[in-house]
Ligand binder design. Structure first.
Ligand SMILES: Nc1ncnc2c1ncn2[C@@H]1O[C@H](COP(=O)(O)OP(=O)(O)O)[C@@H](O)[C@H]1O
Ligand SMILES: [Mg+2]
Length: 332
């Protein structure tokens, strides 16, 4: 496994591949995923359900399930090779370097401990020894305030079951922020909640990211969310990044047929177009297509697409596409 060189990026994922072993049957999910996040940058990761977005974030946090096998590539966070971190270094990175916000906030909180106890444990990991409990409590209350939770004192005494989904999601965000994390990995935040709550959570994240100059990887299957809250975007299909570039470039001139197909699925508020979804489905990862993974569903596919993996090519201005037939692309 190659360790990525220190390139100055806050996060660099390079040629990362992950398979899963399901009782002896192997599925090849991530296939050479590469992207980077600069300090203060908001990067989107978008694609249909099952394309490997959560697996990518879990790889960064080193919280992949036990049956995952890393097949190659490397991840570098703040100049350090994540894959070779000791347990203590990994724990520290999770507590105060990179914070992950999960789709379902219930899974991120332990039901048997009060919010206060979980919050203070998280802060103790993140802070230098010698900080008093009173100071940590003050930091926690301030963070609960900043995520606009009413009556932080009462929240601290509560147990997760006493809070609504939206409140739990805010608590998780407060914990990530208070620990001083510099990178937020937001995995479809709030999509398990009511749409209005989801919208509030997204606004909250966007505000905090701006105020605190955080970097963020925003994962979503919604193009609207990505367009609103990111400056760069990576389009993910079946465990591969098929297109990446500034959010403006990718939305105004999508180059990969998958990106175009995703965009034509967005329901239009005006007019009579009805979203139909992309015909076909994400491939069986036990036997993914050779060549381009999108070719069985691609309206532009030709013979070569089923035989050779397309190289990543630049269209200019940091806009990259991996497609045999994208026009205007030059070899990298
Ligand atoms: N623990 C696991 N064991 C086996 N397969 C898994 C496991 N976790 C995820 N997968 C598979 O990996 C693929 C990608 O999943 P995921 O990363 O959750 O996609 P997304 O977040 O884009 O919806 C799916 O086919 C999923 O079934
Ligand atoms: Mg997911």
């Amino acid at each position: 496994m190659s360790a990525p060189e220190n390139s100055g990026a806050l996060l660099q994922v390079r040629d990362f591949s992950v398979s899963f072993d399901i009782y002896g049957k192997v599925t090849h999910v991530l296939d050479g995923v590469s992207f980077r996040v600069e300090k203060g940058e908001r990067v989107g990761l978008v694609g249909e359900s099952g394309c490997g977005k959560t697996t990518t974030l879990k790889s960064i946090m080193r919280v992949l399930p036990k049956n995952a096998v890393i097949k190659g590539g490397g991840i570098n966070f703040e100049g350090r090779d994540v894959m070779s971190m000791s347990d203590a270094e990994t724990a520290r990175m999770r507590r105060c370097g990179a914070g992950m916000i999960f789709q379902d906030p219930s899974s991120a909180l332990n039901p048997v401990f009060s919010i206060e106890s979980q919050f203070l444990t998280a802060l103790r990991y993140a802070n230098l020894p010698g900080v008093s409990k009173k100071q940590l409590r003050g930091t926690a209350l301030e963070a609960l305030n900043s995520v606009m939770l009413p009556d932080p004192d009462r929240i601290m005494k509560s147990y997760p079951y006493q809070l609504s989904g939206g409140m739990k999601q805010r608590v998780c965000i407060a914990m990530a922020i208070a620990s001083g994390c510099r990178l937020l990995l937001a995995d479809e935040p709030g999509t398990s909640l009511d749409v209005t709550i989801q919208d509030q959570i997204l606004r909250l994240i966007n505000r905090l990211v701006e105020e605190r100059d955080l970097s963020v990887v925003m994962v979503s299957h919604s193009l609207g969310v990505i367009r609103e809250s990111t400056s760069r975007v990576n389009i993910m299909y079946a465990g591969t990044i098929v297109e990446s570039g500034t959010t403006d470039d990718v939305f105004t001139s999508p180059a990969h047929p998958y990106t175009t197909a995703l965009m034509s699925c967005v329901p239009k508020l005006t007019g009579s177009a009805v979203a139909r979804g992309i015909p076909g489905r994400v491939p069986d990862y036990a036997k993914p297509p050779e060549g381009c993974r999108f070719f069985p569903r691609c309206p532009r596919a030709e013979k070569i697409c089923g035989e050779e993996k397309p190289a990543r090519r630049e269209l200019g201005g940091g806009h990259f596409v991996s497609c045999h037939f994208s026009e205007g692309a030059s070899d990298e």
